[in-house]
Write a protein that binds this ligand. Sequence first.
Ligand SMILES: C[S@@+](CC[C@H](N)C(=O)[O-])C[C@H]1O[C@@H](n2cnc3c(N)ncnc32)[C@H](O)[C@@H]1O
Length: 236
Amino acid sequence: MDLGSMGQDLWNEAYRRRGNFVFYPNEDLVRFINRYVRKRTGISDFMDIMPLEASEWRNFKSLDMGCGIGRHIKLLDEFGLNPYGIDLSSDAIAEGRKWMGLLNKQELADRMLVASVTDLPYEDDFFHLCILYGVLDCMPRDTAGKGLEEAFRVLKKNGLMYLDLYMDDTKGDMDEMALAGFDKGTVKSYYTVQSIKDLVGDKGSICEFQIIRTTDADGNAIEYRNRAHVIVRKNV
Ligand SMILES: C[S@@+](CC[C@H](N)C(=O)[O-])C[C@H]1O[C@@H](n2cnc3c(N)ncnc32)[C@H](O)[C@@H]1O
C-alpha cells in the first residue's frame, strides 16, 4: 500500500470532520520560545535570547511546517517572529487563512500555503527558526526523512529547529494507519530515541532532548501522550 500518496486526501477528510481544529498553542512550545528565541518579559516587552545581530533580528523569519489551521503561526506572530506556514491539507490552510483574516492578519493568511514538507517553496537559508509540531510522526518515515532534509535546507546556519513527535515504547520503530480518532486513516509513525537521532543526522546538533510521559494512575501510558521534544541547532 502506498501510504504516502494517500496523505493529502486523508488529511483533508480529517479536517472536514473538524479533527485537529486546535486553536491554542502547546505549552512546551511556548516555553521553548521563551528560553531559546525571545522571552516575553511584560505585556508588550520582549527580550531577545537567540544570539543574533540587530540586522538579523530585523529580518527574522520563522516557519511552521505542517501548520494545520495555524495555532502556532498566531503564537509566533505574537512573539514578533514573522511566521510563514505550510501544510499538505488544503482544508486546513483554507480554515487557517479564514482565521487569520478574521484576526485582521491578512499578511499571515497570505503566508499560509499548501505544500508538502518534502518540497518547500522557499530558498536556501531563509529562516532563523523552524518548527515541526506533531508533524513528522503523521506521515510515512521516508517522507519525514525528506521533510527534515528540506527543513535543514531552508534553515540558516545556527538556526533552531523544534521537533515534537510521539513515542510509544511498546511499538519501537514502525509505521501504521490510525484506525480511529480525529486522524483516522492517516499514517502514524513511531520513533525511538535512536531513530530520532538518526533522523536528525549530522546536519544538526541536538541541544535538548526531552521525553514527556503521561500515565494513568496505574502507570500505564496514555496513547499519543508520550512525546519527544527535541531542539536542534543547524550545524555551520
Ligand atoms: C497532528 S497535525 C499537527 C498540526 C499542527 N502542527 C498543530 O500542532 O496544530 C499533523 C499535520 O501534518 C500535516 N501533514 C501531514 N503530512 C504532511 C506533509 N507531507 N507535508 C506537510 N504537512 C503534512 C497534516 O495535514 C496535519 O495538518
